[in-house]
Ligand binder design. Structure first.
Ligand code: PMP
Length: 380
């Protein structure tokens, strides 16, 4: 199979990641932070090192500000649900994933939170003038920013957005950004940033990260409470980080795998990964562009996108195209709305969606050529 659904989850996983997960299952008999025997201490040490690694990878000064979660969805919910109070105002963008849009819709209904989606253009870029005027008028408590779109790959201009945001808190959904573009939370006023382990960082599914800027933890109520292995004499949850937001037995395999994925990126070089994957996306576009039945979505300048190419064939539904690619050509892509209906409204492809090709470090030129040929045959 030619796997071009890397934006959903990266595949294959590097050997180091598989080994790190296997090492836990084979050799680590204990729950981190729960007992003082050697197995539990070894488990705690693995989490400690992983936390330090993630912190260094995204430029966080203090590793206790890194919270391990089950993925971007949980991290986003922790901020949105834990922060917003009745009658607060929040501004998000039209490129948001449902893991932002749905909690916001829930709070709109249940807590009377005022939710505004700032407009984006056909290429998926935030309309900065409209955004600035919405921020100026509503002075929202929170701004939710989809940094890189999972539909079009569009990379938003973070520097400009940071200038506009003013006093509002900023939550960045970096699910599609990490592993593709450099992330540095120390540059600019970023309050919260989330990502998943299983996409651009090559880790296993079911693990993710929430970065909280020092001091901002005091504005968040935990949405989950339970055992932390610390201060167990008290029925009140500990206030200190990371324990405050990490109740329950952690996903040790996931966390170790995520850390190994970061090791892989650092060993390989983010720029090398970026060069290879963008070259693949560029080649794909080059091979198929100009066909009269094919329509492209996303940034015209591909340098402003990660290696995601969303297309449609005139007269065919995205799911039909994906079905033929899968059944006749053994090519895996993702059709439809990609859990981001608002983004499709912005780019004009709602409700049918698009066919999304997403490329990763382990994809080869030959695979891209075969995918382009297959698409052209379907469009012929
Ligand atoms: N945000 C974006 C932009 C995404 O692409 C995804 C995954 N499709 C998520 C959030 C949610 O990530 P997860 O399913 O790993 O929690």
């Amino acid at each position: 199979m030619i796997y071009l659904d890397q934006a959903a989850t990266s595949f294959p996983k590097p050997f180091e990641v598989i080994e790190a997960v296997g090492h836990i299952l084979r050799n680590i008999p204990g729950s981190p932070g729960r007992s003082a025997h050697q197995g539990a201490l070894a488990a705690s040490h693995i989490i400690f090192e992983a936390r330090e690694k993630v912190a260094a990878f995204i430029g966080a000064e203090d590793s206790s500000q890194i919270i391990f979660t089950s993925g971007s969805t949980e991290s986003l919910n922790m901020v949105i649900m834990g922060l917003l109070k009745p009658n607060d105002c929040v501004i998000a963008t039209h490129m948001e994933h449902n893991s932002v849009a749905r909690p916001l819709e829930y709070l709109r209904q249940k807590r009377n939170v005022k939710v505004i989606f700032a407009p984006c253009n056909e290429e998926g870029f935030l309309d900065l003038d409209a955004f600035a005027s919405l921020v100026e008028t509503h002075k929202p408590r929170l701004i939710c920013l989809n940094l890189v779109s999972n539909v079009t790959g569009t990379i938003q201009p973070l520097a400009e957005i940071l200038e506009i945001k003013g006093e509002s808190l900023l939550l960045i959904d970096a699910a599609q950004a990490v592993g593709h573009i450099p992330i540095d939370v120390s540059k600019g006023d970023i309050d919260f940033l989330v990502f998943s382990g299983h996409k651009g960082v090559f880790g296993p599914p079911g693990v993710g990260v929430l970065y909280i800027k020092p001091g901002r933890e005091n504005e968040l109520s935990p949405i989950k409470l339970g055992g932390t292995g610390s201060r167990s004499e008290s029925l009140e949850a500990p206030k200190f980080l990371p324990d405050r937001f990490e109740p329950g037995t952690p996903n040790l395999c996931g966390i170790a795998g995520l850390a190994a994925g970061i090791d892989f990126i650092e060993k390989t070089g983010l720029m090398k990964i970026h060069r290879h994957t963008t070259a693949l996306a560029d080649l794909f576009v080059e091979k198929i562009k100009g066909h009269p039945r094919l329509k492209f979505y996303g940034p015209k300048e591909r340098i402003k996108a990660i290696p995601i190419v969303s297309v449609n064939i005139e007269g065919l539904s995205p799911s039909e195209v994906a079905r033929v690619l899968d059944k006749e050509f053994q090519i895996a892509v993702r059709p439809g709305l990609h859990c981001a209906p608002l983004a499709h409204k912005a780019i004009g492809t709602f409700p049918q969606g698009t066919v999304r090709f997403s490329f990763g470090y382990f994809n080869r030129i030959k695979e891209v050529e075969l995918a382009a040929e297959a698409l052209l045959k379907i469009a012929a």
